[in-house]
Design a protein around this ligand. Structure first.
Ligand code: CAO
Length: 321
């Protein structure tokens, strides 16, 4: 085959240069798409019906929820602008991480619930709103509108709040105002729904609460929570927003008298005070209260106060112990 005339080699294809990649700004952090769909077990089509006994946490849920439905529930919802809190948490995350603690939004939701019931207690007992206001110039620059706004919202609601951290007996003959704020947190675990509580939130810092929540979450996920962690709650929060959804209709855990469900935080357009559109971090809250002893106006005032703490997180400093 030496000297054979070889066919001309094919003309090399001219590959057009790849288009220059466009500079695309990073996609905004979408909290909705960030939440993974939990598929813990493969789907098996058994082909026939299966009956199993209701046991464990499910059995407890049957008992509690059946009792809960004897309570006439009052529902109340509102929208909370968490723009400042989202920013603050970003700043605090590395600080907490350095101490080995993960700070989510829950410690803030929990602390502001405690402060909101506590301020009501102060109104009855130790001091009045003017005393709180008189400390403000020491803590914040004069004329800080957000603080004033927060405190005027607080002033609206300084009535009857201890009743949200109370319990009623079975026949609703007596009300006990609880001294401790043991705030329950609904947790979605492999074993089912559990509601451990953070004890004595009224004397805890946000960091203490975060640290305690980390402990409860770790034990909860491995089914190792003890009776002490699971009993004695006085008020409950359910952050269903970690899974999704905006509004809920939470069911009170008797003998408690109120519960709040938190929806997912979403980036939505809102107007600021100057009428300009801005990118707001919005979360909805849905409260349920025992309407036999809590009226709608009290629930609304409590919610206003809770909201004002979260929308102006600096205002929490005024009342932190
Ligand atoms: N919207 C959007 N994102 C949220 C959010 C919300 N409402 N709350 C928390 N997140 C984000 C956090 O920011 C965190 O992300 P990054 O750390 O990356 O920013 C992520 O979700 C995971 O948070 P987390 O689960 O570690 O911590 P948490 O303290 O916010 O929530 C817990 C803990 C136990 C409340 C939650 O895991 C849970 O179980 N929720 C479900 C509660 C439930 O089942 N309720 C129904 C009760 S009635 O059947």
């Amino acid at each position: 085959q030496t000297g054979a005339i070889l066919p001309p080699s094919p003309k090399p294809e001219i590959i057009p240069p790849l288009p220059k990649p466009e500079t695309v700004p990073p996609a905004p952090k979408d909290r909705g798409t960030k939440i993974a769909i939990p598929i813990s077990k493969p789907i098996v089509f058994a082909g026939k019906d299966k009956t199993e006994a209701v046991t464990g946490f499910h059995k407890a849920m049957v008992k509690t929820m059946t009792a809960a439905l004897q309570i006439p529930h009052f529902g109340y919802c509102d929208e909370i602008d968490l723009t400042q809190l989202v920013q603050l948490r970003e700043e605090l995350k590395p600080v907490a991480q350095a101490r080995g603690v993960k700070v989510s939004f829950m410690p803030f939701f929990i602390k502001s619930s405690s402060l909101s019931t506590y301020l009501g207690t102060c109104m009855y007992g130790h001091y009045m709103l003017p005393d709180v206001l008189s400390f403000c110039p020491l803590l914040f620059p004069l004329g800080d509108k957000s603080i004033k706004r927060a405190l005027s919202a607080a002033s609206l609601g300084l009535l009857h709040y201890p009743i949200l951290n109370a319990s009623v007996d079975e026949n609703c003959q007596s009300i006990t105002y609880k001294a401790s704020h043991n705030i329950g947190v609904a947790m979605d675990t492999e074993q089912g729904l559990i509601v451990p509580n953070v004890k004595n939130v009224q004397v805890c810092s946000v960091f203490d609460i975060a640290s305690e929540l980390n402990r409860l979450q770790t034990l909860g996920s491995s089914g190792q929570l003890g009776t002490n962690d699971l009993t004695g709650g006085t008020f409950t929060l359910s952050n269903i927003g970690t899974i999704g959804g905006t509004y809920a209709k939470p069911v009170i855990l008797p003998p408690e008298v109120a519960i709040g469900a938190l929806g997912k935080i979403q980036v939505l357009p809102r107007f600021n005070g100057k009428g300009e559109v801005f990118k707001a971090q919005i979360m909805n809250v849905s409260w349920s209260a025992d309407h036999r002893i809590i009226d709608g106006a009290t629930m609304a005032r409590f919610s206003n106060l809770w909201k004002s703490y979260l929308e102006n997180p600096a205002s929490m400093l005024v009342d932190l112990k």
